[in-house]
Design a binder for this molecule. Structure first.
Ligand SMILES: C[S@@+](CC[C@H](N)C(=O)[O-])C[C@H]1O[C@@H](n2cnc3c(N)ncnc32)[C@H](O)[C@@H]1O
Length: 282
């Protein structure tokens, strides 16, 4: 059983940490008072808001999350999408892969840019949504670590917000490189490692109102770079969009109202997405 109060207290603490040398003493003391008041009131909100959050693997988690995935505002998607689209826009129409396509968000954009699109995902329920959203793409069940595609058959691949769910990323990155033709492009986005270190995870609320957490792993930049080097992928660019003020309500699931100033100090400016633009070496 977790408490929404833990998240608010963690945010107060993070706000304190990020400002302890720069904010005035009064502001810091008010924050400490606030922290003590929240922690000392277990029968009041937010401490009294308690719920179960089962940890789930990819297939079990996204089978449930598929019902609400496209409905809930998601700050990670809000900041990631324009960056990924700008990278896709650099690629002329060709054969495109949306790997771990989910409900077909990037597959739809690739199709609208004139690509022939194959989408692959491990979760049947996510693929069902993708088939409705992009009827003229080819969607197949499959794993990133064993893509059901010919070697060198893809001009542009997108793999978005999925690798953080893998304990190890080298095998998936090698597979993405294998299916690309020499000179082909890979746009790889992920949940930012800083967010994972700060407790970010695949938290969701299903259609039944029950929460879940798809297991999420921390991969520092060096681990991606080593996997790219081994797979023969050259880094063309790397963009790390951050949380903005307008994301705070969605990011906190509405908890921002408990202390807007603390949420602003804690979270605004923290990078939430990591987006790599890569090229398969010729
Ligand atoms: C956060 S969703 C992202 C979906 C889509 N790429 C997007 O950005 O909207 C993560 C998706 O990755 C899929 N996934 C995660 N790990 C995978 C793996 N190893 N192989 C295939 N699919 C995977 C999940 O089933 C889920 O649909």
């Amino acid at each position: 059983m977790v408490s929404a109060g833990y998240y608010v207290l963690g945010t107060e603490g993070l706000a304190l940490l990020r400002t302890w040398l720069d904010a005035g003493g009064d502001q810091l003391e008010r924050r400490v008072d606030r922290l003590a008041r929240v922690a000392g009131a277990p029968s009041e909100a937010p401490m009294s808001i308690r719920f179960e959050v089962p940890r789930l693997n990819v297939e079990a988690g996204y089978a449930r999350w598929s019902a609400t995935y496209d409905a809930a505002p998601n700050p990670l998607i809000r900041v990631e999408e324009p960056v990924v689209r700008a990278m896709i826009d650099q690629c002329p129409p060709g054969v495109a892969l949306d790997a771990a396509c989910g409900t077909g968000r990037h597959a739809a954009y690739l199709r609208s840019r004139g690509h022939r699109v194959t989408g692959i995902d491990a979760t049947a329920e996510m693929l069902e949504k993708a088939r409705t959203r992009v009827p003229d793409a080819d969607f197949r069940i499959g794993k990133l670590e064993a893509l059901p595609l010919e070697t060198g058959s893809v001009d542009v691949a997108v793999c978005a917000l999925a690798l953080t769910h893998s304990r190890e990323i080298g095998a998936a990155i090698a597979e993405l490189a294998r299916v690309l033709r020499p000179g082909g492009r890979l746009v790889l986005s992920d949940f930012h490692p800083t967010m994972v270190l700060l407790g970010g995870s695949g938290f969701f609320v299903g259609a039944d109102g029950v929460a879940g957490n798809v297991e999420t792993f921390h991969h520092p930049h060096g681990r991606y770079i080593e996997a790219f080097r081994r797979a023969g992928l050259d880094v063309v660019g790397c963009v790390e969009p951050a949380i903005e003020e307008e994301d705070l309500n969605a990011l906190s699931g509405g908890l921002v109202t408990f202390d807007e100033a603390a949420f602003r100090s804690a979270w605004v400016g923290i990078p939430v997405a990591l987006v790599w633009e890569l090229e398969r070496a010729a």
